[in-house]
Write a protein that binds this ligand. Structure first.
Ligand code: C5P
Length: 230
């Protein structure tokens, strides 16, 4: 599917057969398919290679010393993911190492996207970890650090996207999960936007999982979301 389709469908399952069926149904309506930790740890490279139909966003959220993260990035380059995630809190040197390792793939290199503050953490969690900033301040601080260190973009919540777009400008790629179409069950996502709201707020890409994969007809659900942001 063309890159002008901003929908990324998250294939969150350990069941390779189910993931392949979802991919076949939604790929014609998706710009990218997201493979995460759960699927990748359960099914490895053979499982990854069986997911076809659209380019892959490999969401492993790498976080380790720079040398190890660089090695991890190099290890997945043969899989040619279009996007790969790391944690900005790993620090500037780690982000630079990831960027440099990815650059070895030339024009085929994956975009490096940084995660800032996990949306599962609130102000109390940050304070308990010794961070005396609000979540929004910390998101912006880590977001700037990641972009200045070579990251191509950030993964951020719907509540952060407008602030980050304003602060970081148009060149930074913003990928936004926590999306719920009108009327969908919010599940464990506390603060959501619908697809069109997220794009209007500045999202380049939206990530949608269960509202698509849990729908009676995942292909139709993906098509409806894609149409709503076309
Ligand atoms: O099913 P749902 O639409 O909630 O899936 C969202 C996807 O985005 C999941 O793969 C989840 O890991 C990911 N994600 C998220 N919130 C974040 C970062 C990533 O929901 N802050």
């Amino acid at each position: 599917m063309s890159e002008t389709n901003r929908l990324i469908v998250a294939l969150d399952t350990v069941d390779a057969t189910r993931a392949r069926a979802w991919a076949d149904a939604v790929a014609p309506h998706s710009g990218l398919l997201k493979v995460g930790l759960e699927f990748f740890l359960a099914n490895g490279v053979p499982g990854y290679r069986a997911i076809t139909g659209a380019p892959i966003f490999l969401d492993l959220k790498l976080h380790d010393i720079p040398n190890t993260v660089a090695g991890g990035v190099r290890a997945v380059l043969p899989l040619r993911p279009r996007m790969l995630t790391i944690h900005a809190s790993g620090g500037a040197a780690m982000v630079r190492a990831a960027h440099q390792a990815a650059s070895a793939a030339g024009d085929d290199r994956p975009m490096i996207l940084a995660v800032t503050v996990l949306t599962s953490l609130d102000q109390n969690d940050l304070h308990a970890a010794g961070v005396n900033a609000t979540p929004a301040e910390q998101v912006l601080r880590l977001g700037r650090l990641a972009i200045e260190s070579g990251a191509d973009g950030l993964v951020c919540s719907p509540m952060e996207v407008a602030m980050l777009r304003q602060a970081l400008g148009p060149a930074v790629t913003l990928v936004v999960p926590g999306i719920r179409p009108e009327g969908a069950d919010t599940g464990d996502q506390a603060r959501t936007m619908n697809p069109a709201q997220a794009v209007a707020a500045g999202a380049d890409w939206i990530v949608v999982g269960r509202p698509v994969t849990g729908a009676p007809d995942p292909g139709a659900a993906a098509a409806a979301i894609a149409a709503s942001i076309r």
